[in-house]
Design a protein around this ligand. Structure first.
Ligand code: FAD
Length: 570
């Protein structure tokens, strides 16, 4: 079968904040760039970000304090050179957005308003009401449109072409028609977002299925620190839909079934504004000890009633709306029910600060780049602070775009042929014609529920070993999938099946990394190893998968700097 081959200087996969910012830089330089995305750009998960974007703007704040908070928040696993780069450039990035037309909420005196977020020693999150991500995404999208960046939306990237030691392009198909194509380029960048969809209760878009991670891993390239999955403390009970940290930033209180403000016990100083890992564990602990609320006693209360209707409407209109729609509760009149929800992936494709993908802690893959949530640079280490990711994605996206412009004339276009898409096409055919008995939705539900139970907020050797064995079984069952929709027009059955294959693969990385990491650090908590162990584990995990799905672990050094690891109390 002859497949169309499109040639570009660079291909960017993903049109969230990271991908758009990169594509803009490349286009600006006069290079030919294609932006491929399975969703319309404005439906990227970046648009769901509510709370804010950090930058040390205030007179009595400082870049160094931002760096310190980030490193401490990361439980000292972040690479301090990357953190420095991010925090130093944050004020400029916010102004950059402003000059491109993003409208931030303001103080009375006209300066950009900033709200407190967890684990920060100063109110530092700039915001546009509680629709910050949407405002920034819209701005970036307008700017890429204005330059005429070529967008292939509703195109699904299912593979990379990795040969002769370099990445020579991607294999994709048009979701509308299922027609395949090869995008041949000197530079390929992934900006495909997070992997929260491995868990039953999560705050993520349905699209956050970590596709790029599994695509990369299947070529024998490593994934870094995959065991670190952030659980956000406040997801709506039952669904996990996010109630932004802005709710606590604006003064929200957490209460158990006895009406106790239980954070007094766990973080007496910072209370509700302790970092997310700590607050999520506290909530889960209250529930496990029987002080939960709601019909299943599996939630706690988030009380905002004392803020009053005017402030809630001014600062948190979106949250009020979400709680009303999905829970039938009005936060102006009553406390709403929340519980921890899988939210953010600290791990991902290992990259240098410049965005070059690494094939080991010390080597890079020529022509291959990544930025945003799918990458691990690592500025968040073991736990991300709120409002640092909407910062990371466009900042490192833009920087990686500049790196590509710098590299591109030195890179060669490696010749490709239809044969290079054979892997993708065979797998699509197999899924469409397989006459098995397994259903995608059922298998996915089982996987997500078991990940939540065995590899969630609290983990043990037993729970993780159980999950490892389950994933092996899910992998076998996946071979026995049957799809009812055999058509080629908007075949979402097919897409979901491919995505499920991705979820199974990267879930194995989460579990294997967590099993080997016999300590508790940031979002990774082991009941059987409740302490952080710097001697053995102040290091990054690099994990590699073989053809059988078995995973081998290596470790790489953490780049330390001016902040020495200390006990982490709040
Ligand atoms: C509900 C919610 C609220 C949040 N609030 C905040 C906040 O207030 N502050 C903060 O700092 N962070 C927040 N975050 C995190 C932050 O929004 C994200 O980490 C960040 O926006 C990710 O940007 P990105 O560009 O890396 O990816 P995304 O915006 O997720 O974009 C991913 C892109 O990749 C494309 N894609 C994926 N797979 C494929 C494929 N196989 N083929 C083709 N295209 C593909 C998608 O179509 C999409 O365009 C929040 C996250 C959530 C879920």
């Amino acid at each position: 079968m002859d497949i169309p081959i499109h040639q570009y200087d660079a291909v960017v996969v993903g049109a969230g904040l990271a991908g758009l910012a990169a594509a803009r830089e490349i286009k600006k330089s006069g290079k030919k760039v294609a932006l491929i995305t399975k969703l319309h750009p404005l439906r990227s998960h970046s648009g769901a970000a509510q709370g804010g974007i950090n930058a040390a703007l205030a007179k009595d704040d400082s870049v160094e304090l931002h760096e310190f908070d980030t490193v401490k928040g990361s439980d000292y696993l972040a690479d301090q050179d990357a953190v420095e780069f991010m925090c130093q450039n944050a004020p400029e990035l916010v102004r950059w957005f402003e000059h491109m037309g993003a409208v931030f909420s303001r103080n009375e005196d006209g300066t950009i308003a900033q709200r407190p977020f967890g684990g920060q020693s100063h109110p530092r999150a700039c915001f546009a009401k509680d629709r910050t991500g949407l405002t920034l995404l819209q701005t970036m999208f307008e700017q890429t449109n204005r330059l005429g960046v070529e967008v292939f939306d509703e195109w699904y990237v299912a593979d990379i072409i990795y040969k002769e030691g370099v990445v020579a392009g991607v294999c994709a198909y048009d979701i509308k028609t299922s027609k395949p194509a090869i995008f041949n380029a000197k530079a390929v960048m992934f900006a495909t977002g997070g992997y929260g969809r491995a868990f039953k209760i999560n705050s993520n878009a349905h699209a956050n299925t970590g596709d790029a991670l599994s695509i990369v891993a299947r070529h024998g390239l490593p994934l870094e620190d995959m065991e670190f999955v952030q659980f956000h403390p406040t997801g709506l009970a039952g669904s996990g839909i996010l109630m932004s940290e802005a709710a606590r930033g604006e003064g929200g209180k957490l209460l158990n079934s006895k009406g106790e403000r239980f954070m007094e016990k766990y973080a007496p100083e910072k209370m509700e504004l302790a970092p997310r890992d700590l607050v999520s564990r506290s909530i889960t602990q209250e529930i496990l000890e029987g002080r939960g609320v709601g019909p299943n006693k599996d939630a706690v209360y988030l009380d905002l009633t004392h803020l009053g209707e005017e402030k809630i409407n001014e600062r948190l209109p979106e949250l009020r709306d979400l709680a009303l729609t999905f829970l039938g509760m009005d936060m102006v009149k009553e406390p709403i029910m929340i519980a921890a929800t899988a939210h953010y992936s600290m791990g991902g494709i290992p990259v240098t600060i410049e965005g070059r993908v690494q094939k080991s802690p010390t080597e890079i893959v020529p022509g291959f780049y990544a930025a945003g949530e799918c990458s691990c640079v690592s500025v968040h280490g073991a736990n991300r602070l709120g409002a640092n990711s909407v910062l990371e994605a466009p900042l490192f996206g833009r920087h990686t775009g500049k790196t590509i412009v710098e590299d591109i004339d030195k890179l060669e276009l490696v010749e490709v042929s239809s044969e290079d898409a054979k892997g993708m096409i065979d797998e699509m055919q197999r899924l469409l014609t397989n006459n098995g008995t397994e259903r995608v939705a059922k298998l996915r539900e089982e996987l997500q529920a078991s990940m939540m139970e065995n590899a969630g907020v609290f983990r043990t050797k037993e729970s993780l070993e159980k999950q490892k064995a389950l994933i092996k079984k899910y992998r076998e069952r996946y071979k026995n999938i049957r799809l009812d929709d055999k058509s080629s027009t908007y075949n979402t059955d097919l897409q979901e099946a491919i995505e499920l294959g991705h979820i199974i693969d990267y879930s194995a990385f989460i579990v294997e990394g967590a099993l080997a990491r016999e300590e508790s650090r940031g979002a990774h908590f082991r009941n059987d190893f409740p302490k952080r162990d710097d001697e053995k584990f102040l290091k990054h995990t690099y994990a590699y998968m073989d053809e059988n799905g078995d995973i081998r672990l290596e470790y790489g050094e953490v780049t330390l700097g001016k902040f020495e690891p200390q006990a982490r109390t709040y």
